[in-house]
Design a protein around this ligand. Structure first.
Ligand code: ATP
Ligand code: MG
Length: 424
């Protein structure tokens, strides 16, 4: 029978790579809680209409990237293509906004039917934060700093923060007219996608990655020149806060973000080391979203950070340096030794937070050492008939390649204690 492979655009994560994921997810949670953000978990699928309304009918996501299906009850369901819409749905359903502002984070998969390539998958994962109920630029600063701290913790100093403002319902319509006036005379020369976007949502043309569009995008008027006084003041306040915190940024009038619900601030962290899928984190303010989904007018700001892309950057920057060795490889030579060592390994797992590896196979010592290398063990704990007879156990330093003989205590707990102390 032919083996079945994973669907295109998905990937399996398994050891040792999964340890990186665990570490990054723990760091996301740790950084988020420093800012007073609590975790929210929402379903992987929602009513299709939620995304049509909450992401926007004219976005690439809704137009062509959603996994939509009819369930057995005939309802149209969609695998979430992003997590913000579900978060807002949950906020409204549980009336959480009645308690005042809400600071939430999420970690989990999302689904988009895209052309798979490095850094672009059909199932990918995001860490994201959402701050609801805070209209001021302090909240914009807060979410940007969460992403900046996480990047700094991993030494990702090459990622550049790009910021822009896309205005609000006062000034954006005027800008839309200016864009239309700019693009219309060149309509025939634009890419097919952009020709379609022209009348429906000309801002989206700025987001185009098609080389055909580039010259017209580069000469387009910018939103920053069309901001109303309120939007201008908000953007100036954010820039002053970023300066005060020493967060470096560049003004990039071309970033508009793909989603319709953004207002005012939009931002991206872009890394130079992972090729064309270079946006590690994207976010901004979406003051109209909660209302769009049937809630009270509520400002919001947040971001989504691609876990896969973040880890690609980490890997690129780290080169192929092996992770530090940790823990013990228990190696029993012979039946009697195995019986003793099984108990010692059990006691080690109670006494030490570092891993104790063991496979209990009857093999040559050299084969066991190979396994220890594969596991990244720091020490080997070796017990054979000789050692049993002498009442000793061998502790091998797998980096220095040196052996020490330690007394084999009466109980497994005693032996474990001796080993922990000898390796502290
Ligand atoms: P892009 O312009 O790269 O398509 P986007 O604007 O569609 O990104 P967002 O919806 O803002 O992306 O998602 C936030 C982050 O999630 C992105 O910055 C990126 O790191 C990650 N991301 C988005 N789509 C994918 C994907 N298909 N595979 C892997 N990561 C993704
Ligand atoms: Mg996209």
């Amino acid at each position: 029978m032919t083996p079945i492979s994973a669907p295109r655009g998905t990937r399996d994560v398994y050891p040792p790579e999964s340890a990186q994921w665990n570490r990054l997810e723990a760091d996301c949670r740790e950084v988020a809680q420093r800012f007073g953000y609590g975790e929210i978990r929402t379903p992987m699928f929602e009513a299709t209409e939620l995304f049509a309304r909450g992401v926007g009918e004219t976005t690439d996501i809704v137009e062509k990237e959603m996994y939509t299906f009819l369930d057995k009850g005939g309802r149209s369901m969609t695998l979430r293509p992003e997590l913000t819409a579900g978060v807002v749905r949950a906020l409204l359903e549980h009336k959480l906004l009645a308690q005042g502002s809400q600071r939430l984070f999420y970690i989990g998969p999302f689904f988009r039917y895209e052309r798979p390539q490095a850094g672009r998958y059909r199932q990918a994962n995001q860490f994201g934060v959402e701050c609801f109920g805070a209209a001021g630029a302090e909240a914009d600063l807060e979410v940007i700093q969460i992403a900046a701290l996480l990047l700094a913790r991993y030494g990702i100093t090459d990622a550049v923060l790009n910021i822009n403002s896309v205005g609000d319902k006062v000034c954006r319509p005027r800008y839309r007219e200016a864009l239309l006036a700019h693009f219309r005379p060149h309509a025939a020369a634009l890419s097919g996608d952009s020709q379609r976007r022209l009348e429906r949502n000309p801002l989206r043309i700025l987001d185009s990655k098609d080389p055909l569009d580039r010259p017209f995008v580069e000469s387009a008027p910018t939103m920053l020149d069309h901001l109303c006084p309120e939007c201008r003041a908000h953007f100036a306040a954010l820039r002053a806060y970023l300066d005060a915190l020493n967060v470096a940024y560049v003004l990039n009038p071309r970033i508009v973000r793909g989603l319709d619900y953004y207002t005012r601030t939009v931002f991206e962290f872009v890394s130079s080391v992972i090729g064309s899928q270079s946006t590690v984190c994207g976010g901004g303010r979406y003051d109209g979203l909660v209302e769009e989904l049937g809630g009270p007018p509520t400002p919001g700001v947040g971001f989504g950070l691609g876990i896969e892309r973040f880890l690609m950057v980490v890997e690129k920057l780290a080169g192929d340096g092996a992770p530090p060795r940790r823990g013990f490889q228990a190696i029993a030579l012979g039946e009697a030794a195995r019986e003793r060592l099984v108990a010692v390994a059990g006691a080690l797992r109670e006494a030490s937070a570092a891993p104790t590896f063991a496979d209990w196979e009857s093999r040559k010592l050299t084969a066991h050492f190979k396994t220890a290398d594969r596991n990244g063990a720091r020490w080997a704990v070796i017990l054979g008939d000789d050692e049993l007879a002498k009442g000793e156990i061998v502790l091998r330093d797998l980096i220095a390649r040196e052996d020490r003989r330690l007394p084999l205590g009466a109980t497994a707990a005693e032996v474990a204690q001796t080993l922990v102390e000898a390796t502290a």
